[in-house]
Design a binder for this molecule. Sequence first.
Ligand code: KIV
Length: 281
Amino acid sequence: MSATGSTAALTPPAVMARKGDVPLVCLTAYTTPVARLVDPYCDIVLVGDSVGMVLHGLPTTLGVTLDMMILHGQAVRRGIKRALLVVDMPFGSYEESPQQAFHNAARLMAETGCAAVKLEGGEPMAETIGFLTRRGIPVMAHVGLTPQAVNSFGGYKVQGRGKKGGIVERDARAVAEAGAFAVVLEKVPEPLARRITQDIAVPTIGIGASPACDGQILVVDDMLGMFETFRPKFVRRYAELGRDAERAIAAYADDVRERRFPSPEHVFADQPATSKKAGTE
Ligand code: KIV
């Protein structure tokens, strides 16, 4: 039994059925230990291409490759029992044609064991989303601020303010009607996210959007205080692990320099202690 009270793995249709119900809890994960931590509490675990910035120190998500997503997808898969595992399609792996998208999404699914992929883009990606979903690849869409388009947007700006709200609304409607089982709404004005949530038939997953969304997602390193490069307004910090880790590392460095570490309990005698079983040292 998990922290959410269920033992069975969630499926894309089960996620779709949660429209208007208890909000879907979603987090990113990139490694097995973090996947094990988040799985009991989450409905969806996303191996986001944010991995490039968060774990690999890249300046944007544009340098993330399919091989990186496969490697991290495999690691996360080993830590997941209950949540729906979704893996991001990286920049350049799906935009060229529906066929290119199918080829790479099929690789992601076959090699990671994920149950769905996520791709960025609204109306222009609707044809591709339809192509994939009709061929057995569940797709989570991502509209509003789509970080892979950071150069076109000129930065990580709020999308859909004022009259531009119509563009995001059209995008969300187009991807939902094309067959996406859920739509991530990133960094859009609250009233717009609320309107879209009422308007489309599939769950919306907000990140810098609205509490009215059908679910929420955060980058796990952001909410744990592990990623300092950006501190977006939409992140609530639930821990300060980065600060705590720095304190621990500084204490270790002091102990080594002052010869306080290792201490007697961390070193080995010439002969094993007779009371200890073999292999316990
Ligand atoms: O890459 C990512 O982590 C994402 C989420 C923030 C939605 O796309």
